[in-house]
Structures are given as C-alpha cells and as structure tokens.
Design a binder for this molecule. Structure first.
Ligand code: MN
Ligand code: MN
Length: 417
C-alpha cells in the first residue's frame, strides 16, 4: 500500500519544475523508474549494480516493477504465470471479435483456457458446442443465451453484467448481444489446449455434409438448401432479438422448458465473505449445481491483500478485470517469483503452490479465481498456523506469544480485517 503512495509522490515531484507537456511525460517515466529502484527493501543492490543503462522499454518496465526490480525474496526460476489479453490475436468479424489465452500463449496454464469476446447489439456467436465445458462471466452489457439440455428441452435467458453461465461439453448453445450496445464477456474452458477455432459449428457442419444427405435428413428438396453458407460464420451480425418471453415460449415447444438453470445471478447472492478490505463470492456446485468449474469472484480494496493461501485440489486460472496488484508464487526448492497484474491479465498458479494477491493500486482490485473442479477449496497460512500447537509454530518461526496470538484464528480471505 505504501508503494503506490510513494510512487504518486515521486510522480508529482517529477511534474514540478517541468515546462512542456512532452518533458512532463518523459519525467513521469523517469520517476516511475527511480520509484521502482527506491522500493526498499525490495532493491538492496547498489544503484550501480541495478542500473540499466542500455536500451529499455520504459512503459513495460513501469507496468512490471516486480519483474524489472524483483523483491529480494524472489529467487530462482519460476515458470512465467502471466499473459495479457492485450497480446492475444484478435479475431475480427462483422458482429464482434474474440481473442484467447491458452496453454499455447501461457505454457503453465494446462487445465484451463480463456476467451474474451465482444458481440455488438444483434451480433451472434453462432450455434455451436465444445468438447470442453464453458463457464462464462459477463463483463459489460447484456446478452441472450440459448441451449438445449440433454433431454432436448430448451433454455433461453438474458444475462447482464456480473452474471454468469455454464454449458457442459456437447450441449449446443448460442450467445447474442442485446440493445443498446451488445456485450463483452469472458469464457473459461476446462482444457488448457482449448481453441476457439476448433468448435462444432452449425454452419461448418452443414457445409461439410453432402447436400443430398442434409436434404434427406430434413425431408426437404436439395434446391431449398442452395442458399446455406458454404463455410462457418463463427460471429455474424443480425437483428436484435424480440422479447425474451416470446423466444422462450417458441423454443420450449411441446416439450416445455428445461428444468435446469444454466445461468447464475451473481449479485443476487450476498458475498461469501466480506470485510473492510474486500469481499469474495464463491460459486461452485454447492450453489450452482450444473457447474463442474468452480469460481471465486474477488474484490480487494486499496491497501488490502488476498491472504497467503493455497488450493489443495486444483490449479488456479485468474482473470484480472479491475485495478492493479501483484502476486508472488512460491514453489519448491526455495524458488519464488513476483509478477504484476492489471486489467486484462491472465494469471495461473499450479495446484498446491502458495501465493497471495496484493492490491498495489489506488482503486479496487477485481479478479476471478477459476478451478477445474466442481467445488472450491483453499487453505490459508493463518488457519494452518492457528490450528497447530502454538509451541510447535513458535519453535519454527521464532515468534513471541503476543505475535502468535494476533494471527487470525480462521481464514479471513482478505486482510486486514
Ligand atoms: Mn461456446
Ligand atoms: Mn488462490
């Protein structure tokens, strides 16, 4: 928390005594760098040893102070666990776009992959399914989603910002942006090697089935199928759909609607934990029984830290959608690495490895913790130490009784309480 205020102070000082806007901009970058270098106790090497006189990228260095000037506690090689969506290829279509961060971009992310997708009002992610499960979180705007369940019964609903949905593998579905400005959402697939280029698409399937077979299948003439697309559409622009109730009624037909709710109204649920430093909402099969992907939606206020913890049951895939923070991943053999995160970044922590996430900015830090598991599980350092005989803990850490007594007795999730 003190890092940011120190940096702000230096930045303000950098502005003083500078005449032109161009000089002021240069001075911000220069003072960012000196702020990073002065971040005691992280940088205890001499200025001469830590100096970087050759060519550099000031903007990237400033955005990644813990890589450019690592905390003294960092040690050895830890596989890179950050990839910004800003570096991902954007697949542009009429009606929207998509970009993905998978194991191919971020080698450590073996169990989950993410797709960031934009749809205009009326823009459609065409009818399709995946071999992986799809978990989704609405970042902006509203969409209409459709699917049929394993009994062929229809599900149609509208989802808004902060709400989410889940489609199991092989369940066919669609997503369409609504008025006034469509939507943007994050998709998480339970396969690190997932590709949005490799899904089962309705148009693609029809384009690769002999037309006489399609005609026979539907009991129609080949001529009536002549205008079908010759290749996949993926994302395309069409009209904004009509009222939800009408779409639901017609899609349900004689079978009736699906009894399964594939959507989850996140903000209708009170936070699972909440205190002055932030809150967390945990959504897994306990409260959203269709899902096989567990999620925690976390807000850490300025000055707060998502406490030191680990997950015994699964790797963690993260998506940052507000604020700035840093995370250290500690791994076996005394290795540790700290990396900086901001909006649009993906992070990843392998199963059982300890980590924390600290808000280093002046606004709320918001991120998703995602797990390929139907249930959420974590253990915190505080609950471990406070439920172990105190003499044993004291003998390890050379802590006095008063300090041991101050450690929270149970998991707080975000500190300070
Ligand atoms: Mn999908
Ligand atoms: Mn975690």
């Amino acid at each position: 928390m003190s890092n940011e205020s120190g940096k702000d102070a230096l930045t303000r000082r950098g502005f003083l005594g500078v005449g032109s806007a161009a000089l002021a901009a240069a001075s911000v970058l220069a003072s960012e760098k000196s702020a990073a270098q002065e971040q005691a106790p992280y940088q205890q090497k001499s200025n001469r040893s830590s100096s970087d006189p050759g060519p550099t990228n000031p903007a990237l260095d400033a955005a990644n102070p813990d890589s450019n000037s690592p905390p003294q506690t960092d040690a050895g090689g830890v596989q890179t666990f950050k990839y910004p969506f800003s570096l991902a290829h954007k697949r542009m279509q009429e009606g929207g776009w998509s970009r993905e961060v998978t194991q191919r971009e971020l080698a450590v992310s073996k169990t989950l992959a993410g797709v960031d997708m934009r749809l205009t009002a009326g823009g459609v992610r065409e009818l399709h399914w995946h071999t992986a499960a799809e978990w989704a979180y609405m970042l902006y705007g509203t969409a209409r989603i459709t699917c049929i369940d394993a009994d062929g019964k229809s599900f149609v609903t509208d989802v808004k910002e902060n709400e989410l949905w889940f489609f199991p593998p092989g369940i066919p579905h669609s997503i369409q942006g609504l008025a006034p400005d469509g939507c943007e959402f994050l998709l998480v697939f339970d396969d690190g090697n997932f590709s949005e280029y490799e899904t089962v698409l309705l148009t693609d399937w029809m384009a690769h089935t002999p037309t006489d077979v399609v005609a026979k299948n539907f009991g129609v003439s080949e001529k009536s199928l002549a205008s079908m697309p010759k290749k996949e559409k993926f994302i395309f622009q069409t009209a904004v759909p009509g009222p939800l109730a009408e779409d639901k009624r017609i899609a349900a037909g004689a079978l009736g609607p699906s009894p399964i709710d594939f959507a989850f109204r996140t903000m209708d649920m009170p936070p699972t934990k909440s205190n002055k430093s932030g809150d967390v909402r945990i959504i897994d099969a306990k409260n959203f029984n269709v899902t096989t992907t567990a999620a925690a939606i976390v807000t850490v206020k300025p000055g707060g830290v998502r406490e030191l913890h680990w997950h015994p049951n699964a790797d963690e895939w993260q998506y940052f959608f507000g604020g700035k923070g840093r995370m250290t991943v500690f791994t076996t053999g005394g290795r540790a690495r700290t990396m900086d995160f901001e909006t649009g970044d993906v992070g990843y922590i392998q199963k059982t490895l300890p980590h924390y996430v600290e808000n280093t900015g002046s606004t709320d830090l918001k991120f998703l913790e995602m797990f390929k598991s139907s249930y959420y599980q974590d253990l915190s350092l505080s609950e471990w130490l406070s439920h172990t005989p105190p003499e044993l803990v004291a003998a390890h850490l050379n802590l006095d009784q008063a300090t041991l007594d101050s450690i929270p007795r149970e998991e707080t999730v975000i500190m300070p309480e």
